[in-house]
Design a protein around this ligand. Structure first.
Ligand SMILES: [Mg+2]
Length: 392
């Protein structure tokens, strides 16, 4: 039995990091903005379309970028901020289907098969999503619509920036035939050279080449290329598993009784868990503390907070409160674990109300955490951490 064709949308933010920088600093609009360096080993991670005119593109060494575009505005990456914007975008995608497969912070596949009655055709839905990202986030996203992941991804790249390309069912081969082989994902310069030696310049040329020749020349990649050139791609869109909890635990080298040391270990756990929550773009409502003693007797205590959090300090304070309900300090402690549960996406967390003191404080803490994550991203993991952990 023939299965009905799938409807897949590939969404890809335009020059994402550079666009976020321009969003946060409108004075950069229309200028060659180049984001890179820092932890990303001295290469360009994003270039605005103005910078691309000077031959600057991602993965180019920063030195080369500076030579090609001396008037460029060079900025270090602010990963924490990009993750925050990414969470907003992914939240928009998830309004239409649970089948969202993020490929990176700024790219995702959506399987919208069967949503026509609710949201119109896949092409209409792609237009709706593009408009929502523009109005709600202030950035442009290009989209490709097709019956497979491969074709949707190739399509989203055809009319960048701010473009929408639809490959209708039945027109897949016509769409692929004239495209240069470089349009196929996974074809780098080495493969391209090999294929050019075989006289292959377009995907159409590739499709005509016998698969045996491709496999002899390129091994496994040859059979992928053969299928890809025919537009064959059966891979399903795989939604990210929903994270239910984030936790860390520590078995100590020797059992601990001293409460000062126990609290210090708890703080270290809180810092780790809070950071992992922020990396995943979620905040937790419930905190669980696990303690295990020298005799392997184990207890768990939990607390549900008034507001969701991804804050080191809040997690630590909640953990300290739970610690008073355990035998820690009275019985040698062998292991301690801190788990955050009941997770909400940060994008869905209620924005701070300006006149509410507590919300204001939480919002300030969020901004501080963002700044800390950013510095740790730029300069290496543990540049900033609570002073009590310094001698760890
Ligand atoms: Mg992109």
């Amino acid at each position: 039995m023939l299965k009905a064709p799938r409807s897949i949308i590939h969404l890809d933010m335009d020059a994402f990091f550079a666009s976020v920088e321009t969003l946060d600093n409108p004075g950069l609009r229309g200028k060659p903005v180049i984001v890179g360096g820092g932890e990303l080993r001295g290469v360009v991670s994003a270039a605005s379309y103005e910078a691309r005119r000077f031959g600057v593109h991602s993965a180019l060494p920063m030195m080369t970028a500076r030579a090609r575009c001396p008037q460029g505005i060079f900025l270090p990456p602010r990963m924490a901020r990009y993750r925050e914007v990414s969470a907003m975008i992914m939240t928009i995608f998830q309004r239409y289907t649970p089948l969202v497969e993020p490929l990176s912070l700024d790219e995702a596949f959506l399987d919208v098969t069967g949503t026509e009655r609710l949201f119109g055709s896949a092409a209409d839905l792609a237009a709706t999503i593009r408009a929502q990202v523009r109005t709600e986030v202030g950035l442009t996203v290009s989209a490709g619509v097709a019956s497979s992941k491969l074709l949707a991804k190739i399509a989203s790249d055809r009319q960048k920036p701010d473009g929408l390309t639809v490959v209708t069912v039945g027109s897949e081969v016509d769409f692929l035939t004239p495209l240069p082989i470089a349009a196929l994902p996974g074809v780098g310069s080495a493969t391209m050279k090999q294929l050019e030696l075989l006289g292959v310049r377009t995907i159409g040329d590739l499709a005509r080449l016998p698969v045996e020749i491709l496999v002899r020349k390129l091994g496994q990649q040859g059979s992928y290329l053969h299928e890809a050139a025919q537009g064959v791609d059966r891979r399903p869109v795989e939604a990210e598993r929903v994270v239910k909890s984030v936790g860390n635990e520590e078995t100590f080298a020797e059992d601990i009784v001293d409460m000062v040391r126990i609290r210090k270990e708890l703080l270290a756990l809180a810092v780790k868990v809070a950071n992992r929550l922020r990396v995943q773009g979620v905040e937790a409502r419930t905190i669980v503390l696990k303690t295990k003693y020298y005799d392997f007797v184990q207890t768990t205590r939990s607390q549900t907070l008034a507001a969701a959090t991804a804050d080191d300090e809040v997690l630590y304070q909640a953990g300290c409160a739970l610690l008073t309900q355990t035998l820690a300090g009275r019985k040698p402690l062998r292991l301690m674990g801190l788990t955050a549960m009941n997770l909400l996406s940060s994008g869905r967390v209620r924005p701070a109300l300006l006149f509410d003191g507590e919300d204001c404080r939480l919002d300030k803490r969020r901004k501080i955490n963002q700044a800390v994550d950013q510095i740790n991203d730029n300069f290496g993991r543990r540049t900033i951490m609570p002073a009590t952990l310094l001698n760890e």
